[in-house]
Design a binder for this molecule. Sequence first.
Ligand SMILES: Cc1cc2nc3c(=O)[nH]c(=O)nc-3n(C[C@H](O)[C@H](O)[C@H](O)COP(=O)(O)OP(=O)(O)OC[C@H]3O[C@@H](n4cnc5c(N)ncnc54)[C@H](O)[C@@H]3O)c2cc1C
Length: 438
Amino acid sequence: MTADSLVEPPRRTPILARPEVLVVGGGIAGLAAAAAAAREGAETLLVEKLGFLGGTVSAVTLGGLCGAFRHVGPEQELRPVVGGLWNELRERLLARDALGPPRRSVLVRGVHGLPYDPERFKIVADEMLAACGVRVLTGATVAGTTREGSRVTAVFVETVGGRYAIVPKQIVDASGDAEIVARSGGAFHVSPQVQAPSAMVRMAPVDRATFSTVPRAAVNAALEGAVEAGFELPRTMVAVFPYLADHEVHVNATRVFKPGGTPFDTSDPWDRAAAEAEGRRQAFLYEAAMRASLPGFDRARVAGIGPVLGVRESRLIAGQAVLREADVMAGVAPVDTIACCAWPIEDHAPGRATIWRPLPDGAWYGIPFGSLVPLGFENLLVAGRCLSAEHGAQASARISLACLAMGEAAGMAAATGMPQVAVLQARLRERGVILHAG
Ligand SMILES: Cc1cc2nc3c(=O)[nH]c(=O)nc-3n(C[C@H](O)[C@H](O)[C@H](O)COP(=O)(O)OP(=O)(O)OC[C@H]3O[C@@H](n4cnc5c(N)ncnc54)[C@H](O)[C@@H]3O)c2cc1C
């Protein structure tokens, strides 16, 4: 970024904790990793830079929690592909009136989502981790690590009270951006054409009864009309979800690229700041375009923008195994499968339409444990959207409930001292995790 630099004075850093398992990142993968590790009896600490848990699920906000099912037959019957901790999280969300029934897409086969309340998700996450006995440190940003050989020996966090060291035995990097792997000199790659980030938007008031009469294809056509009328919309194949409040909708529409479709580098501070601002600019552009062109939107205002830009793809680690696009589409279940997924490849590439590639009817694939094992480390695993995967494969496996399933496996493995895969799989099955969805 700059050739200019200075040397910071050396300092002594107090040690805050020596947990058996440190989970970095409180997104849905980190939540599951921490819960699973603690359930296995490991003293577990989770650190999260934001002031609350949920990561993308609560800080970006989504149209729905997706990836729970595969779709079978002409009626698209829903059959579960995720179990384990998802069963518990689902019950807790239902008990808090924070989860709706699955809704199927009318446009894309194999697509469904469960509407949820991101604010209630935060408190459910607090409650679930407290019940598991996880220590949670929000407001703690990982700022560095030390490494000796193949071990990460310390993780440094910046907090409201200053800088501290954490000295863990095992670490699960669930930061989404592979922060621990990258800061510890591990290998990763960033796809030359990462999927677009999006700012997620709530709009209100929207006359949902009127809007619900508009066929989905007509929504896209109306927005194409808005483009012709002069609104420079980066995307017209948008998703509009009824929100839990009667008069609100959740709009997944923005597509945050530089002019010409060049990706922002979301790990570069200047680019990141510019991308956040571009997301906000687009939110209000869609407000104007939707007001002008969509039935039911004539009084709609931006009621909220997810406080954090939604990053779909950034660093992908170099792991012992690579989840490949061909294996996703062919429904391959490797011998070291630790989670199942049936979500289509959903690529938010430049262009006004999202590229959807559904799996064959009823198909699912297995996520290999090796894709969570970064090369060169003996006490570090990853979980969630930074797994070792090809760009196209990550465009499927990044779906929230697949990230949860990866987290459960990584947390359990970390707590039980990186066991043989067969032992891990047997323990996951005992916990109700689905390892064969057929
Ligand atoms: C715009 C968008 C729309 C999406 N739509 C859907 C959808 O409708 N349905 C669906 O199921 N999925 C959807 N997804 C995908 C899914 O939500 C994410 O891929 C998934 O939630 C990622 O979970 P994660 O735990 O791996 O990572 P994240 O959610 O990114 O969590 C990582 C956590 O680590 C923390 N962290 C990062 N760096 C540090 C650090 N240095 N120190 C401390 N903490 C740190 C972050 O604050 C964050 O809380 C969408 C994603 C995006 C971006």
